[in-house]
Write a protein that binds this ligand. Structure first.
Ligand SMILES: CC(C)(COP(=O)(O)OP(=O)(O)OC[C@H]1O[C@@H](n2cnc3c(N)ncnc32)[C@H](O)[C@@H]1OP(=O)(O)O)[C@@H](O)C(=O)NCCC(=O)NCCS
Length: 167
């Protein structure tokens, strides 16, 4: 995987990021979250943890993860279209899974559009496996949702997938 050109920084999301995060969400999804959802995640949802990736100071990506009991649930992840394929989503997933594992998560889960090949490959690379399917779940085009799980969020396994995070 190529390292992005420029300096990539991963850090927790703040209120100052919300406009840019919302704009990224609108560029990335056919059904983007309303802006107030990101405010809710940041200020009110106690289960929510959020990180952003910055490339030379500009917002490059975002991940929102919920800690639900011992499960890390990936709520959303997106990278700017022009900076995709450079390992930024993998870095975001690493930082989130490692942080939630440290908080007690032992599994991770998510839903993904059955036709979202880039996301599916990303998740499979991390060891997520398909555990279910919701037929016609997405109302805009009737696409199925795949339910994916990753069991055994072990530090050693994450360290192998995420070497940069354990240096
Ligand atoms: C899915 C998404 C977050 C991936 O972001 P990214 O930064 O481009 O992903 P990475 O560069 O970290 O890729 C990590 C792995 O994912 C897979 N992958 C990512 N993009 C891919 C693509 N276009 N085609 C095939 N595989 C892809 C590869 O296995 C890649 O590993 P490799 O580079 O070692 O081959 C990005 O495409 C995106 O923002 N899409 C729109 C929003 C979205 O669909 N989010 C997921 C919702 S469930």
């Amino acid at each position: 995987m190529n390292a992005p050109a420029g300096t990539l920084t991963l850090r927790r999301m703040t209120a100052a990021d919300i406009d840019a995060v919302h704009a990224l969400d609108e560029r990335s999804f056919t059904n983007p979250w309303p802006r107030k959802s990101f405010e809710f995640e940041l200020n009110e949802n106690e289960a929510s943890r959020q990180w952003v990736a910055e490339l030379d100071g500009a917002l490059a990506g975002v991940i929102v993860v919920w800690l639900l009991g011992d499960e890390a649930h990936i709520a959303t992840i997106a990278v700017q279209p022009e900076w995709r394929g450079r390992g930024i989503a993998a870095r975001l997933l690493c930082v989130a899974l490692q942080a939630l594992a440290a908080e007690g998560a032992v599994t991770a889960a998510l839903e993904v559009r059955a036709g979202n090949e880039a996301a599916l490959r990303l998740y499979r690379k991390f060891g997520f496996v398909e555990v279910g399917r919701r037929k016609g779940y997405y109302q805009d085009n009737g696409e199925d949702a795949l339910l994916m799980d990753l069991t055994g969020l072990e530090p050693a396994r994450l360290a192998e997938l995420c070497p940069e995070a354990v240096r």
